[in-house]
Structure formats: structure tokens, C-alpha cells
Design a protein around this ligand. Sequence first.
Ligand code: PLP
Length: 315
Amino acid sequence: MEILWPYENGEVGEFYYARYDHPALAEVERALGALDGGSAVLFPSGTGAATALALGLLAPGDTIALASGAYYGTGRLFETLARWGLRHVEFDQTGPPPDGMQLLWLEAPSNPLLTMPDLAAAADYPAPVVVDSTVATPVGLRPLEHGADYALHSATKALGGHDDVLLGVVVCRDPAAADALRRFRALTGISPAAEPARLLLRSLRTLEVRVARQAASAAVVAERLSTHPKVSTVRYPGLGCLISFDVADGEAARRVETGVRLIRNATSLGSVASLLESRHRWEGDRVPAGLLRLSIGLEDVDAIWADLAQALDNA
Ligand code: PLP
């Protein structure tokens, strides 16, 4: 497919150059906007969406209040942006946010400790409020209906759902804010290509049934994990596909992640395939050594449990 559309009689049409817009992008943004109840702006990854939102909204000297325990990469991104004068502080998102911030960044639920933000406490905040609702998905939570200004997703996860798409999206409550973000996207070139946008459209057709089944299976697996003698803590917020749980130590976690057969030992979440990994390898400074993150896929729930149980029994 070409990335340009010729002018007609010298006039610029709806599409002219793919960095600004293209048909698959326009179509998938309409679908994503409807899911979250706002105006969607697509980016080449969830991290690209976060970068564009932070740089598009803020100026040097501004401070972001970030939910502690939010996706590790988000804190790393803000550390990287410190070179350009953006500051961030962490706070406990289960309580009221700190005063005087220029942007509030919540995560619903946080990955991988799975705390839920106090959305009511953040609703009247004088600065813009972003909710990264990647794990909840719009099927589980529509943050704009709870007073947030922006819902952000790594569409790489449940929205894409098949481990073959890297994309991110910001859904804005205010259509003018979406237009400003689109202008920023075109000027900075953080623009998504057509092929992943088309793959995402395919995936969205099955989003609701996938998430419903994943959440139902996750509730069953979380319940069974909570009575397993090798498991000490189970975290499951009651929505979405993601569970985290602790085994004795890092050695035991390694035996579990290398002992599963049906469940894939890989990073990421929200896929049709169940995925499990020790998070200590990535964020050892802030999670227990024995923490395992499990994303429940569409396999038969008893087959998922049988695989996990044999790996735990042998750990
Ligand atoms: N937000 C959350 C909650 C995530 O889990 C991730 C990735 O793991 C991201 C954002 C970043 O998304 P991407 O990998 O698409 O850049």
C-alpha cells in the first residue's frame, strides 16, 4: 500500500501523506474512540503514546505525579525525559494525589502489583489526569466516565491480543485535545503504520469475548492459586486477565517459569496465549524475588491450571 494520495485538481484531500493520517488509522481511531467514549489518537507503541502525551502536554520544569508500582517502563521513560527538564514523583494511587502537580498519571490496575487507583479522589484534580488502563481494557473500565481526561493503552496487549501488533493509543475526553495530540504526532513523526493499524482492527472485533473469557478464567485460576501450598500471596483485582503471585524465592520462581509447558514463558500480557514470567529480572528493585506475573489466555481453564499446578508442585 502506498503512503501518499495524489491531490485532485490541485486540491489536498482527506488523505495525502501517511505521517498525518491514513484510511486504516482513521478507521481504527473511530473504533477505539467508541470503546472508551472519547477521541482516540493512535501511536506506534504504548510507550510512544506515553512519550507523546507527556511531551505534548508538559513543559520543562513541570512535574508528573506517577502512581507508584505503575508499569516499570513508564517510570523509566520519565527518568529519561528528566534530561529535558520534566520531573516526576511517585505516590500511592489508592489514596488522594499530591497537590501542585502538572499531570497525574494513574494505572488501572497497576502492573504487576495490581492496585486500583482511587479515581474519585483524582476526578476533580486541577491538572490533567491520565489513566493507563491497559490491563483493565475498555471492556473492564472506561476511565473518561470516572473523570479522567485521558485513557491510555498499550494496544500491544489485550486490544491487539495476538502478540503480533505493537501499538498504543491515547483516548481524549476533549476532541480539541485529540486534535492537538494528532498535530504533535505528525510534527514529531511518532505515527503508526498501516499494517499494524489493520491488524488492530481485526483484533477489536473479538475484544469483548476475549476479555470476558480471560477474566472468567483468571478468577478461577486466582482462586485455585490462593489455596496452593507453594503460593504465599495472590493478587487479582477482579477484572482483566492479569494475576501476580509469590512463591518462596527467586529460585522457586525460576523453576515455575521454566517448568510450564502450555503457558509460554514470555513477557507481555493480554494475549490469546497464556504468558508467565518472573518480573524480578526486569524490576528487581521493587518487586519480591518470588513474584510471578501470569496473563491468562483463551486456553481451557483446567488445562491452564493443570500446567501451572504441575510446575508449582515441582518447584
Ligand atoms: N502500559 C502498561 C500497563 C504496560 O504493561 C506496557 C507494556 O508492557 C506499556 C504501557 C508500554 O507498552 P508498549 O510495550 O506497547 O510500548
